[in-house]
Design a protein around this ligand. Structure first.
Ligand code: NAD
Length: 264
C-alpha cells in the first residue's frame, strides 16, 4: 500500500508526521505523495481540507484519515497518543471506507461560454466585491427568490458543522446526499423578501445563482478564496464524486458533534 502524509507545518505536526512515516516504512508500506492509496493528514480540519484539494483528482483511489494536533476536528479525529495504534491499523488491516458527499460548483462566465468547476468538502460561499450582493436564486430550474444581503453559503453535510452552522444552518448527517443553502444577513423589509430559512436540497436539485447587476464576486471553496469577474451564473449541486475516509474504529458523527459543541 502507498501512503502520503500532509502536515499543518508546525513543529508538533511535523514531528508526528516524521514519526508516522518512519513507522509505516518499517511496516514496508511505500511512501508515494503523487499516487497514494491513503493520505494521513496531521494538524487539524484545515490540514485535511488542504489534503482533499491536493488529491481531489484521485478521490476514487485515495482514502483520507486525520490526526489532530490541536483541538478535536471533524475530519481530524485521531489524537497524537494514538498514532502507534493507527499505524498498526493502517499497516495490518484492510480498512473500512466511509463515503461523504461533496459539493460541485460550476462558475460560468459572460463571454465565450467558459466555465470553471470546483469540488468543495465543506462549503462554497459567494459574496459581492462591491456593494450589496444581489442574486436571483433558481432551484431546479425555477425562480425561487431575489436575494439581497451579504452573501450565500452552500455547504455539504460534513461542512454543515462549519461556516454553515455559524449562519444558523442545520447540522446534516453526512450519509445524506444533500447540500444546504444558508443566507448571510439577508435584507428583509417591505420591499425586499427572502425565505429567511436554510434550505436543504436533494441530489437531483441544482441551485443556480444569477447576478442581477454587478457581475464580480468573491467565491470561496473551503479555505480557498478567489475573485471571479463577469460571472453569468454559479451552479451548485451534490457532486458525483465523494470523499472516502478510512475508518479504523467507530466514531459516530453525532458523538463528534456532541464532543465538539456540547461537552468533552
Ligand atoms: P481555520 O483554521 O480558521 O478553520 C476554522 C475552524 O473551522 C477551525 O476551528 C476548524 O476546526 C473548523 N472546521 C473546519 N471544517 C469544519 C467542519 N467540517 N466542521 C466543524 N468545524 C470545522 O480556517 P481553515 O482551516 O482555512 O478552514 C476553512 C473553513 O473555515 C471553511 O471551510 C469554513 O467552514 C470555516 N469558516 C468558518 C467561519 C465561521 O464559522 N464564521 C468563517 C469562515 C470560515
Amino acid at each position: 500500500m502507498r501512503f502520503a502524509i500532509t502536515s499543518k507545518g508546525d513543529s508538533k505536526s511535523n514531528t508526528l508526521m516524521h514519526k508516522m512515516k518512519s513507522y509505516l516504512l518499517d511496516f514496508n508500506l511505500i511512501y508515494d505523495d503523487e499516487q497514494p492509496d491513503i493520505v494521513i493528514s496531521v494538524g487539524g480540519d484545515g490540514t485535511l481540507l488542504y489534503a482533499f484539494h491536493r488529491y481531489s483528482s484521485r478521490l476514487d483511489k485515495t482514502a483520507f484519515v486525520g490526526v489532530h494536533t490541536g483541538h478535536l476536528g471533524f475530519y481530524a479525529d485521531w489524537v497524537p497518543e494514538e498514532i502507534e495504534k493507527l499505524v498498526i491499523a493502517i499497516a495490518k488491516t484492510p480498512f473500512q471506507v466511509v463515503e461523504y458527499p461533496l459539493l460541485e460548483v460550476i462558475v460560468r462566465y459572460q463571454n465565450g461560454g467558459r466555465e470553471t468547476r470546483y469540488l468543495a468538502l465543506n462549503e462554497s460561499t459567494v459574496k459581492a466585491v462591491n456593494g450589496t450582493f444581489v442574486m436571483d436564486v433558481e432551484i431546479r430550474g425555477q425562480h425561487f427568490e431575489r436575494f439581497r444581503g451579504d452573501g450565500l453559503c452552500l455547504s455539504t453535510p460534513s461542512g454543515s458543522t462549519a461556516y454553515n452552522k455559524a449562519l444558523g444552518g442545520a447540522i446534516l448527517h453526512p450519509s445524506l446526499p444533500a447540500i444546504q443553502l444558508a443566507e448571510m444577513a439577508s435584507i428583509n423589509n417591505k420591499v425586499f423578501r427572502t425565505v429567511g430559512s436554510p434550505l436543504v436540497l436533494p441530489a437531483h436539485h441544482a441551485c443556480l445563482l444569477k447576478p442581477v447587476n454587478e457581475p464580480d464576486f468573491k467565491i470561496t471553496i473551503d479555505h480557498l478564496s478567489l475573485l471571479h469577474k463577469d460571472v453569468k451564473s454559479i451552479q451548485f449541486r451534490v457532486a458525483d464524486e465523494k470523499i472516502r475516509f478510512a475508518r479504523f474504529r467507530p466514531f459516530p458523527f453525532w458523538k463528534r458533534v456532541h464532543d465538539s459543541f456540547v461537552a468533552d
